[in-house]
Design a protein around this ligand. Structure first.
Ligand code: SF4
Length: 427
């Protein structure tokens, strides 16, 4: 029988959902499937689509860590059936460590020439090393490991541990504290760092991430034999509950962007790429089973789920693009849907004050094609702002009276983006 949890406060254990630890939501049970590096082979994608159709609400939710959620599962027996599918697919290799396998990697690594190194083998190595270390099962389900191939994309996500190819920097809580690790030592260094964090945490189960325990930085640096150049507080001076500082502007020492590929940091551009793949977006990060099955038919290799709720589909764009468009996925980089995300909202979340997905859809439809915005836009059903982007974003938050719009670190005072004006006018 799977464990079933409800939302956790910071007073106790992390109850982040997993494949075997279902979360009880208002619309049924929810399971989260960890997908290291976001990489799914075609049979795995087909089986996930079938599981969503047969045992859940028919949708694969793409998360901000490149994982997948199934929701609307009616009973615990169905969770067991989903788990059986995952085991048969190779997506649940460890019952004890399943919630610990939070590994993001540069999604285009090995697919184009944008990085210094193909980090895909490192994803496999780090995953295996985490799962093989018994005490690391104690890590929170929110502890995040990142492998950046040097282009600086996932280094901007503020992971607890992030290794960057090219510089060899091992960032702690998004900060460069002077640690340098060779490529063939990354897995061992990640394990040592995670163990040092757990040791320093000393059993405090309300401490989930390195940023929760600033003194852990020094302990990790010491465990890895590095220099003591860590900042006093890895959250830096700009801590902000709405838009926590992450990425290259997070503080005085940001993730390394040096090297021959230094340039704008950001998610892979939606659309066709000459290297032979297409980046497609699922509206509001929800991939229907039908869409997933269509992608499985079109893909010429593993599909990558990115931390920006897009998917990378390998194959000649001239061949795959028509099918992706036909199934309702977005491949136009100018689409107003690009950069728009939403939490669950009503009816799936009992805390929601609005059906944010329906309102976001209506606002985009009303605003039309001109609604594309420069800033990511996240709709949230309450002040918790679940699923907000790591990068600076406008946040549209439901209130008892309608919606308010918050900008980066402060209330939004400028003209409302067109794509939220419709929702605001309902207030
Ligand atoms: S932000 Fe959204 S998903 Fe999170 S608790 Fe509020 S309504 Fe629920």
């Amino acid at each position: 029988m799977p464990a079933v949890s409800s939302p956790s406060g910071r007073s106790g254990d992390d109850r982040c959902p997993g494949a075997l630890r279902a979360h009880q939501a208002a619309d049924g049970l929810l399971v989260r499937v960890r997908i290291p590096g976001g990489r799914l082979d075609v049979p795995q994608l087909r089986r996930l689509a079938a599981a969503a159709r047969q045992h859940a609400d028919g949708t694969l939710e793409l998360t901000s860590r490149g994982n997948v959620q199934l929701r609307g599962i009616p009973a615990a027996d169905e969770v067991n059936r989903v788990a059986a599918v995952l085991v048969a697919s190779g997506l649940l290799p460890s019952a004890t460590h399943e919630t610990v396998r939070n590994i993001v990697a540069s999604p285009l690594s090995g697919l184009d020439s944008g990085g210094h190194l193909d980090v895909r083998p490192l994803v496999t190595a780090v995953d295996a090393a985490l799962c093989a270390t018994a005490d690391l099962a104690e890590l929170s389900g929110r502890f995040l490991v990142a492998l950046d191939d040097g282009r600086g994309d996932v280094a901007a996500l503020g992971a607890d541990l992030c290794w960057t190819a090219g510089t060899g920097a091992l960032l702690l809580a998004g900060r460069d504290v002077g640690l340098r690790v060779a490529g063939d030592e990354v897995a061992a260094a990640m394990v040592a760092a995670a163990r040092a964090f757990l040791h320093r945490r000393a059993g405090r189960r309300d401490v989930w991430r390195i940023a929760d325990l600033p003194e852990a930085v020094g302990a990790i640096v010491a465990a890895l034999g590095g220099p003591h150049t860590e900042p006093a507080d890895p959250r830096g001076p700009h801590a902000d509950p709405v838009n926590p500082p992450r990425g290259p502007h997070a503080g005085p020492v940001g993730p390394p962007r040096a090297g021959r590929h230094a340039g704008p940091v950001g998610p892979p551009r939606v659309g066709p790429h000459p290297a032979g793949f297409v980046v497609a977006a699922a509206p509001l990060g929800r991939l229907t089973a039908t869409q997933a099955e269509a992608v499985a038919e079109l893909a010429g290799g593993p599909v990558v789920v990115t931390p920006w709720r897009t998917i990378v589909v390998v194959g000649l764009p001239a061949v795959t693009m028509p099918g992706l468009v036909e199934t309702g996925l977005i491949v136009d980089p100018a689409s107003p849907w690009i950069g728009v995300t939403a939490c669950t909202g009503r009816p799936g979340c009992g805390s929601a004050l609005a059906d944010v997905r329906a309102d976001a859809t209506a606002a985009l439809a009303a605003a039309g094609p001109s609604a594309a915005g420069a800033l990511p836009l996240h709709w949230a059903g309450c002040d918790r702002c679940c699923g907000r982007p790591a990068a600076p974003a406008a946040i549209v938050v439901a209130t008892a009276a309608g919606y308010r719009v918050a900008g980066h670190r402060e209330e939004h005072h400028g003209p409302l983006p067109k794509r939220v004006a419709q929702a605001r006018s309902r207030a």
